[in-house]
Design a protein around this ligand. Structure first.
Ligand code: 4AD
Ligand code: MG
Length: 460
């Protein structure tokens, strides 16, 4: 019988031989036996495989070191040692792939910076194994949550000709010869010669296309890669990240916020339930108390605050900030952290931001100055969700586009949704990596995605 090591570790001792496949994390020798710790990524702990030196060729044992891939077979017996309940009494041992001494992951604690340079090997460490498993649980929970609530999963395009956020932070997609770019008579790039016959980019959000499905199927969600060419060299920005974007028709900002809060609590709970051992590891080695914090967040309601009230709270503390605030300015991460860490001591949903600092598609409030936006801010990280009620009134949307110097014709199909059976609708986007960061306590977003892409970095 062959099992993942997680299952083997839960077995009772039995004479029936079990087969374990994995990579050697450590090898310890005593006079008569060798102890191999074999890990296959299914859980944090490895299987202790006890090899009786008398029964095996010394040269085989010598050739098995840290990093080697092996197959070990034998019964599971009660362990003599203290740190594990059971171990394997090895009867058959096969070296599948040897691992020479220059293996970068020797038995010592490596810094995350070092491991980032060895990103192709880092899932073999305790930390990155635990992150990968938690990320997996969260991805599964994202689907479970929406599927259990009747949402339809929609795959929106990654190559897009419209700029959802209007922030100009897009990566261009082109097959034009960059050494010989075709030009129009007035000297501009002639995109009619490009692959799509027009300028195209990697998507910054699936929202606009998501709205087209929500206004047919009521509740939908997307979950996919998102690209932003923001020149932000921070611990919470990536050029390629994963975003979850639900969109709900016949729904206003209140329903949107309720959904966001339930959704976050659902995925946090899933991790506490399924990744107990990994979470203990994060609490011990990454961020003290991360499990308790998460439990507290799940149990208490999120705080709500309008942008205007947030500014009132922040302004008297301006001397503490690098960027002092006043009504109308963007709330930056230092302010987000102040609101969540010092004021609310839990996640805060800030609503009704000034229209000038938010995207064109958000519903204009009656004051004509603010929009029905909501950001969910989390302690340590700041914004993890951005969402809004959408402007569903045709005329208002057209004038918003014009006001922002955008061409309504470029959004003709998006505007048509407001012409044909328009309906109040709302949605949000959760940055998946920020959520993984929050749950694990990992400080840098580059460590919660297998292969981070950021300014001047596209290795592996
Ligand atoms: O606030 P954002 O820009 O909102 C949207 O894209 C909307 N279209 C969402 C919607 O209403 N459907 O981005 C949403 C979230 C942010 O709150 C943040 O968590 C994450 O995406 N995010 C990033 N994560 C990592 N790296 C980046 N460069 C990110 N930019 C945004
Ligand atoms: Mg945002």
């Amino acid at each position: 019988m062959q099992e993942r090591i997680k299952a083997i570790l839960q077995m009772e001792p039995s004479p029936e031989p079990i087969r374990a496949e994995g990579w050697v994390r450590t090898k310890r020798d005593s006079k008569n036996v060798s102890f191999l710790e074999i890990n296959d990524g299914s859980c944090l702990k490895g299987l202790q495989a006890v090899v009786d030196k008398e029964k095996f060729d010394q040269s085989l044992l010598d050739s098995i070191g840290t990093g080697a891939s092996v197959v070990a077979e034998g019964p599971i017996v009660a362990s003599q040692g203290g740190s594990q309940k059971t171990e394997m009494q090895v009867e058959k041992l096969t070296l599948v792939g040897a691992c020479p001494q220059d293996y970068p992951l020797q038995k010592k604690r490596h810094t995350v910076e070092f491991l980032r340079e060895k990103a192709y090997l880092r899932p073999r460490t305790n930390l990155f194994g635990a992150i990968a498993r938690v990320r997996n649980t969260m991805a599964y929970a994202v689907h479970s949550f929406f599927q259990e609530n009747g949402f339809i999963y929609v795959n929106t395009p990654l190559i897009s000709a419209s700029d959802c956020e209007g922030a100009g932070a897009q990566f261009q997609v082109t097959t034009l010869d960059l050494n010989n770019v075709p030009k129009t008579e007035d000297g501009k790039v002639d995109y009619s010669k490009d692959f799509f016959g027009k300028m195209a980019n990697l998507t910054v959000s699936g929202q606009l296309e998501g709205e087209t499905y929500a206004t047919a199927m009521k509740d939908i969600y997307t979950f996919g890669p998102t690209f932003r060419a923001e020149n932000s060299n921070t611990a919470r920005h990536l050029a390629e990240f994963w975003m979850i974007e639900p969109e709900m028709a016949f729904c206003t900002l209140e329903g949107d916020m309720e959904c966001a809060e339930k959704f976050l609590k659902y995925i946090f709970s899933a991790v506490l339930e399924k990744n107990e051992e990994d979470m203990e590891f994060f609490s011990k080695f990454v961020l003290d108390g991360v499990v308790d914090t998460l439990r507290h967040v799940i149990e208490s309601p999120f705080e709500h605050m309008t942008y205007t009230d947030a500014i009132k709270v922040l302004e008297p503390n301006n001397d503490r900030f690098e960027f002092p605030v006043k009504w109308g300015v963007e709330i930056q991460s230092e302010h987000e952290r102040f609101l969540t860490e010092e004021i609310a001591k839990r996640p805060v949903i800030v609503t009704d931001y000034p229209k000038d600092i938010k995207a064109f598609y958000m519903k204009l409030n009656e004051d004509g100055k603010t929009v029905r936006a909501m950001d969910v801010l989390a302690p340590r990280l700041g914004e993890i969700i951005g969402g809004s009620e959408r402007e569903y009134r045709y005329d208002v949307l057209v004038s918003r586009l014009k006001e922002l110097g955008m061409n309504p014709e470029d959004y003709w199909w998006y505007l048509d949704l407001r012409k044909y059976g328009t309906v109040p609708h709302a949605g949000f986007g959760l940055g998946f990596e920020r959520a993984v960061q929050y749950v694990t306590g990992v400080a840098n977003i580059r460590d919660v995605i297998p292969y981070p892409r950021y300014v001047k970095s596209c290795e592996f």
